[in-house]
Structure formats: C-alpha cells, structure tokens
Design a protein around this ligand. Structure first.
Ligand code: DTP
Ligand code: GDP
Length: 227
C-alpha cells in the first residue's frame, strides 16, 4: 500500500483554506476534512457534542478544546487507511498537541494573506451550508446568482464575515496561530505561502505536493460523511 499522507492547512479567515483544500483534494485524491463542517453536522444531528458546540458558536466563540478533540480525534482514528487534509483544526496549541498524540503529520500549509485582501474576499463570500461549497461573487460566482451550483439551494452569508467582526477574528487568529506555527516550524513540516491571489499561490502548493504525493484522478476525491 502507498504511504499515507496527512496534512493540515492553516490561515486566517478568508485566506483560501477551503478553496485550496478543494483543489488539493481534487488533484491528489486526499480526503478533505473540515472542522467547521464536522461542527455544523454535529449541530444538525443534535449529538451531545453538537448541542454543546452550538452554545459557543451562537455567542461567536470558538468551541472549547475538549469538545473539539472529542468530536474530531475519534474520526481521525477511524481513518487509519486514508490520506487526508484537515482544514480548521488545530486552532489552538492544545488542539495541536492533542493531534500530535493521535497522528504524525507530514506537512502543514500556512497561508499568509494581507488584511485588505481578506476583508474584500469575506465581504463577498457566499456559502452553501449543507455542503460547505464556497463562492465569491467576483472570483468564483455561482452559475445562478444566490444558488448553489449542484443542489440549486440558496446560498447564505455568515455574520462573522462582515468587516466589523473581521478585525477581532484576525487578531485572535494571529495570537493563537503563532505558537502552533512555531511548533510545526520546529518539526520542520511548515510551508508558508504568501500572496493576494489563490491562482498565483496554487502552482507552488501543487508542485510541492507533487513531490510528496502521487496525483490521482478527480474521481478519487471524497468528502467524508458523518459516522
Ligand atoms: N478547531 C476548532 N476549534 C474551535 N472551534 C472550532 C474549530 N473549528 C471550527 N470551530 C467552530 C467555531 C467556528 O466559528 C465554527 C465554524 O468553523 P469554520 O467553518 O472553520 O468557519 P470559520 O468561519 O470560523 O473559519 P474560516 O472563515 O477561516 O473559514 O466552528
Ligand atoms: N477575489 C478572490 N477571491 C478568492 C480568492 N481565493 C479565494 N477567494 C474567495 O475568498 C473567500 C474566502 O476563501 P475560503 O476558501 O472560504 O477561505 P477560508 O476562510 O480560509 O477557508 C471565498 O469567497 C473564496 O471564493 C482569490 O484569489 N481572489
């Protein structure tokens, strides 16, 4: 069996984690895992962790570490035979340490995008909540305005994507991400990509990953459902 590959993508809100994860999943056939999707699925399914998580998200807070690890680590342990890319976890040093004790990461991608760019992108971000598909009215608009391309269902905007919420979110990201980035740097697995356009960053990520994992066909792409 080919060696398994485990990676994490980090970056502030709007930095392109979701967009780039999707491209990586399509090009390299990794399972794409999103902590935000897991949280939302657990809320929708009314699991114990989901009910608890909802009380924090409603107040605009991050979900506490012990709830996140209870939600995610068992899923990762089930994925012993998959290569995967995780978006949105770890978001704190405690989460990074918990992840460390579950698996060995091969690579961490960190996106470094200027504030003005993040602000512009997020004010124009539209999401299909059920699938997590993300659109931008300029960069990748839906075929029909306000509707998801695949399901035709309505798109929504998150309140915390509004500029007034963004400054606080970015400050928070910088504070909590620094020790995580330092940890991965010290392990020699951190790769940082800077720029204002995903299409210009993507070729560098693509060529880095090409040296680490073999390309597979797009049909191998999977979005992992809830257990
Ligand atoms: N690792 C985590 N730790 C704590 N809370 C989390 C974590 N991942 C997700 N959550 C919670 C809080 C988030 O506001 C919510 C949705 O997450 P997510 O989909 O990643 O959206 P987001 O809007 O916070 O991130 P981004 O804008 O960077 O895509 O779920
Ligand atoms: N204009 C523009 N928008 C982009 C670019 N890359 C991503 N986006 C959009 O910016 C928003 C944030 O991207 P997303 O992948 O959701 O970032 P995340 O919050 O880090 O997961 C989405 O609406 C994307 O469609 C880019 O290069 N240019």
């Amino acid at each position: 069996m080919a060696k398994l590959f485990r990676a994490v993508i980090m970056g502030p809100p709007g930095s392109g984690k979701g967009t780039i994860s999707e491209r990586i999943a399509q090009s390299f056939g990794l399972a794409r895992l999103s902590s935000g999707d897991f949280v939302r699925e657990n809320i929708a399914a009314n699991t114990d962790a989901g009910v608890l998580a909802k009380t924090y998200i409603e107040r605009g807070l991050l979900v506490p570490d012990h709830v996140m690890t209870r939600l995610l680590l068992p899923r990762l342990e089930e994925m012993t035979r998959h290569s995967w890319l995780m978006d949105g976890f770890p978001r704190t040093l405690a989460q990074a340490k918990a992840l460390n004790s579950t698996c060995d990461l091969d690579l961490v991608i960190s996106l470094n995008i200027p504030y003005e760019t993040l602000k512009e992108r997020l004010s124009d971000r539209w999401i299909h909540p059920a699938s997590g598909r993300v659109y931008n009215m300029g960069f990748n608009p839906p075929h029909v305005q306000g509707r998801d391309d695949i399901s035709g269902e309505p798109l929504i905007q998150h309140d915390d994507d509004k500029p007034e919420a963004l400054v606080a979110r970015l400050r928070h990201y910088k504070d909590v991400a620094k020790p995580i980035i330092d940890l991965y740097k010290s392990k020699g697995i951190l790769h940082t990509f800077s720029g204002t356009e995903t299409d210009r960053i993507w070729p560098y990520i693509n060529s880095l990953l090409s040296t680490k994992i073999p390309s597979t066909s797009q049909t191998d792409t999977q979005r992992i459902p809830m257990p």
